[in-house]
Design a binder for this molecule. Structure first.
Ligand SMILES: Nc1ncnc2c1ncn2[C@@H]1O[C@H](COP(=O)(O)OP(=O)(O)OP(=O)(O)O)[C@@H](O)[C@H]1O
Ligand SMILES: [Mg+2]
Length: 198
């Protein structure tokens, strides 16, 4: 199985590119989706969180992310404790999904991970596509999409590794600053390059 990373920054166009890849027939695993699945009611992940962080499971049996956030916000040790529970679950679920794809005869897959580079996972990928836009475009799209003012958008951008830093780790840079019609052929070229591996 050849696995390639897809990443970018907040509102840089990861979901847009991921959709284009799927339209081309690529199988894309989404780290955010997996991270939610491993804490669904009835999972060992949620059970471990319930034991370590009492009171964060609501009356409906679901994880109360606001309450959990209050535990880990501004407390790196608590955040590390949460990650120590969730990360192995995500990893196991990811490997399980890859095995299922392999059983289907799939040979090339894409892993969409917002924090691919921050977590060091990019080193485990056969190649990395970074969805890049200039910072001003990123800020403008973030403001429009999330209804943020300039200051709030700046705060979110400042909390992340910049796209200019991330692109240093890219095998392929997808420039999403133009219209989607300008992004699509780049995505096609990247998918062809991924398929050429192996
Ligand atoms: N090429 C483009 N031209 C104009 N708008 C775009 C383009 N690509 C994406 N957008 C818009 O920018 C916003 C962010 O795009 P998208 O959701 O794909 O980013 P993302 O990287 O997945 O964001 P997040 O980090 O929040 O998941 C959306 O409102 C989307 O419609
Ligand atoms: Mg997205």
């Amino acid at each position: 199985m050849h696995v390639f990373g897809l990443t970018g920054g907040i509102a840089s166009g990861k979901s847009t590119v991921s959709r284009m890849l799927r339209e081309l027939g690529a199988r894309v695993l989404d780290a955010d989706v997996i991270a939610r699945e491993v804490v669904e009611p009835g999972t060992p992940g949620l059970q471990s969180i319930r034991e370590r962080f009492p009171g964060v499971v609501g009356p409906d049996g679901r994880l109360d992310r606001v309450k959990l956030g209050a535990h880990i916000f501004a407390d790196p040790a608590e955040r590390a404790a949460l990650n120590a529970i969730v990360h192995p679950q995500v990893r196991a679920a990811f490997l399980e999904k890859l095995a299922a794809l392999e059983a289907e005869g799939i040979t090339h897959a894409v892993y969409d991970v917002p924090l691919l580079i921050e977590t060091g996972l990019h080193a485990a990928m056969e190649g990395v596509a970074v969805v890049w836009v200039p910072r001003e475009v990123q800020k403008a799209r973030l403001m429009v999409r999330d209804g943020l003012d300039a200051q709030a958008a700046e705060a979110r951008l400042a909390a992340q590794l910049s796209l200019d830093d991330k692109r240093q780790h890219a095998t392929w840079v997808i420039d999403n600053s133009g219209a989607p019609e300008a992004t699509r052929p780049q995505v096609e070229a990247v998918w062809r390059a991924m398929l050429a591996h192996g």
